[in-house]
Design a protein around this ligand. Structure first.
Ligand SMILES: [Fe+2]
Length: 316
């Protein structure tokens, strides 16, 4: 089985990561949201969580609390076929397990549910697009045992690659890599199969921690079929302009708390409706926004379902 050591960091990547970590540490310390538009605003997540306490009380009074938790635990497996023009023959049928927004500590024992759901699945590569913990600040050490348990159960012959989300911290990178995950911090790895190649580029989170390096990463020349991983859909235009074939993201939880018909109350994104969940197309590129495996804020879902996504690549 391949692991993070299969995609060793180059010397340049090591040097770049030192600079990146110092910049991101500063951004995390100030608790601002840095956006691609240049806007900088205070993160109100903690206040949002306080308001959710009132919502929790309402749900308890309305008798909906336990149903919401049961909904969040009822994760579905979404099997998709993605057609890619010029996919090399050796990657025909290549399967990618996409896990987004695990928020593994939001529900006690959640890792066991994910392990049980993924156990029967067969896949070649696992990709994760951020948000591993419930909170956005503070220590993340509480999630290490659950993540360790889950990652040991992931059997991906071509390895596990991942990006950070807005709930994550730069501190996690080393721990994740020690657990066998190759983190992609505005970096690219090449998966090779019988001489053919797929390039996978992962960006840093751009919802709270945008920097131009995320764009530069997508603009770099890469080999073969090109897959972009990012926590949000915010870089869809850049990826499409640069010839990416597939863009995988999450972040929205498909609204998590929705009105009947799946209409989100809040989707935490301003890219447009089409990016809230599921497949979308952009200038010839296929994108998929996962509904997320887990939940944040409150450990519940209404009128939407968490998903583990299994993608099979096929040639056009
Ligand atoms: Fe999330």
């Amino acid at each position: 089985m391949q692991n993070s050591r299969t995609f060793p960091l180059t010397r340049k990547e090591r040097e770049d990561r030192i600079v990146w970590a110092s910049v991101r540490a500063t951004l995390e310390a100030f608790r601002f949201k840095y956006k691609r538009s240049g806007k900088k605003s205070k993160s109100h997540w903690t206040l949002f969580e306080r308001l959710l306490v009132l919502f929790k009380i309402f749900l308890k009074v309305a008798g909906l609390y336990n149903r919401g938790i049961a909904n969040a635990k009822n994760i579905q497996i979404t099997e998709l076929q993605v057609t890619i023009k010029d996919l090399p023959d050796t990657f025909e049928g290549f399967r990618i397990l996409h896990l987004s927004d695990l928020h593994i500590d939001a529900i006690p024992g959640f890792e066991d549910i994910v392990i049980e759901k993924t156990a029967p699945l067969k896949y070649d590569l696992c990709v994760m697009t951020g948000d591993y913990r419930k909170n956005t600040v503070g220590s993340y050490k509480n999630i290490i045992p659950a993540m360790q348990k889950l990652l040991s159960a992931i059997n991906a012959p071509y390895g596990i690659v991942a990006t950070l989300g807005n709930h994550d911290t730069y501190h996690m990178v080393d721990d994740a890599e020690q657990m066998g995950v190759r983190m992609l911090i505005n970096e690219t790895v090449v998966v090779e199969k019988k001489g053919n190649k797929i390039s996978i580029t992962g960006t840093d989170d751009t919802f709270y921690y945008y920097s131009d390096d995320a764009i530069y990463a997508l603009e770099k020349q890469t080999e073969g079929t090109k897959i972009a991983l990012s926590h949000t859909s915010e870089l869809h235009d850049i990826a499409a302009e640069n010839g990416y074939h597939l863009y995988l993201c999450g972040h929205t939880h498909a609204g998590q708390i929705c009105l009947p018909g799946g209409i989100p109350l809040i989707a935490h994104q301003k890219d447009g409706k089409k990016f809230i969940r599921g497949f979308w197309r952009e200038n010839g590129m296929t994108g998929y926004t996962s509904s997320g495996v887990g939940v944040s804020g409150i450990p519940m879902r209404f009128n939407t379902t968490g998903e583990i996504v299994l993608i099979t690549l096929t040639k056009e």
